[in-house]
Design a protein around this ligand. Structure first.
Ligand code: NAD
Ligand code: LMR
Length: 342
């Protein structure tokens, strides 16, 4: 911490400290949509991450107020708020990581897919800006519908010549967080100690928790297991209905996204002692769906290794077969939309 604090005066330091300062180089993280229901708590959590030296905020309005407020917190990250014309590019300029909780949330009765027309344009703006000002950044999209948004962005980045499949993520961490919580409730254990992969995508049946691989083991009856899977798949709707018109999950999503960003950072820093694994929706050849979430090992360049499909029991294999056509249709839609935006 001391060495990184001294970085600004690095010219005056002895070589050993300079080297330490380099190793401890803090990262620039940009939050696009930072004034929203997810954006604000996410920015608060990221402000507490000691490995972030610059926390850059962008929203279409009111970013300055949120930025000034956060800037009074006595942690390392400098807070830089931007809004208005060119604000997006300024916020994302040379960012190491851009996390995007921008766009419209669902209301009761809506499906995530109903958001595509509005939210595709937000994703498109971010993709164009990233190509221009931070082509090597890790891009973590929270914006729904994830299953369509990520292929849109990949298509635009490809056309711009800046696509790196190892650095583009649809954030599905909340599905894992929920699966851990609901399983832990049943097993009466600490949710942090539950390990369970959630694969596929981020809508209804495309969210597939792999209970057969749960650690500690989950042994419910078939009826109990089906109810648990359905609860995990419908957890987003559970929140949307409970909020009764005031939006969707924000606090739990902010928590999940902060965990995901923290893992990306640990990957970038190249931790030797720890294997950093997160499930996320990325370009994939694990199934016939071109984008698919599986557990990924993260490293300095983003995805270091896709661990592939976990072992599946017969029911899980059947559920996978059922979800693939749904996912493939969303991906095709995203690619077509992305092509139309060029
Ligand atoms: P919100 O309406 O509270 O906040 C969205 C923010 O985005 C607003 O501040 C708005 O001004 C900003 N915004 C809109 N257009 C923008 C643009 N072009 N550039 C920059 N900022 C822009 O919504 P929320 O509850 O924070 O949800 C945001 C998105 O996250 C929604 O699409 C929601 O469905 C999605 N979400 C995804 C997950 C997931 O698991 N991936 C979980 C929860 C919510
Ligand atoms: C969630 O899973 O909570 C999000 O995708 C938001 C939503 O619309 O359900």
């Amino acid at each position: 911490f001391l060495a990184s604090r001294l970085l600004t005066h690095v010219g005056k330091l002895p070589p050993k400290v300079q080297q330490l300062g380099y190793i401890n180089r803090g990262l620039k993280v940009a939050v696009v949509g930072s004034v929203g229901g997810i954006g604000q708590p996410l920015s608060l959590l990221l402000k507490q991450n000691p490995l972030i030296s610059t926390l850059s905020l962008y929203d279409i309005k009111n970013t300055t107020g949120v930025g000034v407020d956060l800037s009074h917190i006595n942690t390392r990250a400098s807070v830089c708020p931007f809004e208005g014309k060119n604000g997006l590019k300024k916020a994302m300029d040379k960012a190491d990581i851009v996390v995007i909780p921008a766009g419209l949330p669902r209301k009761p009765g809506m499906k995530r897919e109903d958001l595509v027309d509005v939210n595709a344009s937000v994703a498109c703006e971010v993709a164009f800006a990233a190509s221009e000002v931070c082509p090597g950044a890790m891009l973590a999209f929270i914006t729904n519908p994830i299953n369509v948004i990520v292929p849109i962005v990949a298509t635009i980045l490809k056309a711009k010549g800046t696509y790196d499949p190892n650095r583009l993520f649809g954030v599905t961490t909340l599905d894992v967080v929920r699966a851990q919580t609901f399983v832990a409730d049943i097993l009466n254990v600490d949710p942090q100690k539950v390990n369970i992969p959630v694969i596929g995508g981020h809508t209804g049946r495309t969210i597939l928790p792999i209970l057969s691989q749960c650690d500690p083991p989950y042994k419910g009856t078939e009826k109990e297991r089906d109810a648990l899977i359905q609860r995990i798949q419908n957890a987003g709707t559970e929140v949307v209905n409970a909020k009764d018109g005031l939006g969707s999950a924000t606090l739990s999503m902010a928590y999940a996204a902060a965990q995901f960003v923290s893992s990306l950072i640990k990957g970038i820093k190249g931790s030797k002692d720890e294997c950093i694994v997160e499930c996320a929706y990325v370009e994939s050849d694990v199934t016939e769906a071109e984008f698919f979430a599986t557990p990924l090992i993260l490293g300095p360049q983003g995805v270091k290794e896709n661990t592939g499909l976990p072992d599946l029991d017969d029911d899980e294999r059947q559920a996978l077969d059922c979800m693939l056509p749904i996912l493939k249709e969303s991906i095709a839609k995203g690619i077509k939309l992305g092509e139309g935006m060029m």
